[in-house]
Design a binder for this molecule. Structure first.
Ligand code: ZN
Length: 256
């Protein structure tokens, strides 16, 4: 059993079309808040079902989870609104009928849609999030009925658009600081420093095995050092990285 609630108007929202198994009349729509937490959760579940299918679980069709993220509501009654707001809301729900999924930027008409008429919120129970590699849908029962409703799909690509960016990968490239005395002569066939840099590291410069392990990185003034050891031949060396720039810059919410 779920209690309908008002979505947060500061969050991007998806409005999804809903179908039921018979022509029930006043069909609900679904509002889903596309919070970073929700998008990340959905994408993790999509990744899981994708992995399970790739691992040869051919009889697996989808994963189902009990879920209370969506808000179910009927098309609002716009009679009490001024003409401009009423037209905008009618157009929005017409778009949802045509396109099946509509995305709303934070603050767009949402207060008007949800705040003025709680009676438009629909009570449902036993809502399940159904997850396939392509995306997610929801299925629910209208409360006290056996009428099953199914939403349009939120695709993986759509969820990725609203998910928080992955933690920034360090923008680093192997480089060499010639501050060491000339090393002992290299064994035949070993990679020179230039060869190693061109190969982007990742293997032992002596025996070229990929079975190498690195310690934690030490960083100072734009340079990073990492002690690395080859498990195959026992060679030890240090990878040296220089700062290249930054990426994924985000201003804080109050400055944006
Ligand atoms: Zn080695």
């Amino acid at each position: 059993m779920t209690t309908p609630r008002i979505p947060d108007p500061a969050t991007p929202i998806a409005l999804l079309r809903v179908w039921d198994e018979r022509d029930y009349g006043d069909l609900p729509y679904v509002l889903v808040e596309l919070t970073p937490g929700f998008c990340t959760l959905a994408l993790e579940r999509i990744a899981l079902v994708t992995q399970l299918k790739a691992a040869g679980k051919h009889s697996l069709y989808e994963l189902a989870y009990w879920d209370t993220h969506p808000t179910w509501l009927t098309r609002p009654d716009t009679d009490a609104l001024d003409e401009e707001a009423a037209d905008a809301i009618e157009a929005l729900f017409d778009d949802a009928d045509d396109q099946e999924t509509v995305f709303l930027d934070p603050g767009t008409f949402l207060c008007t849609i949800t705040d003025y008429d709680d009676a438009r919120l629909v009570s449902v129970e036993c809502t399940r999030m159904l997850v396939t590699p392509e995306g997610i849908t929801w299925e629910t029962y209208l409360k006290h009925t056996s009428v099953t409703c199914t939403t349009a799909q939120l695709t993986r690509a759509e969820l990725e658009k609203y998910a928080p960016p992955a933690p920034p990968a360090p923008v680093l490239r192997p480089a060499f600081v010639p501050d060491q005395p000339t090393p002992e002569p290299l064994p035949a066939g070993a990679l020179t420093v230039d060869d190693y840099r061109e190969s982007q590291g990742g293997c032992c410069p002596v025996c070229k095995s990929g079975d190498i392990t690195g310690d934690s990185c030490e960083c100072e003034a734009g340079t990073v050092w990492q002690d690395v050891c080859c498990q195959a031949c026992g060679a030890k060396w240090q990878d040296v990285y220089f700062l290249q720039g930054y990426d994924y810059l985000k201003l804080s919410a109050k400055e944006a």
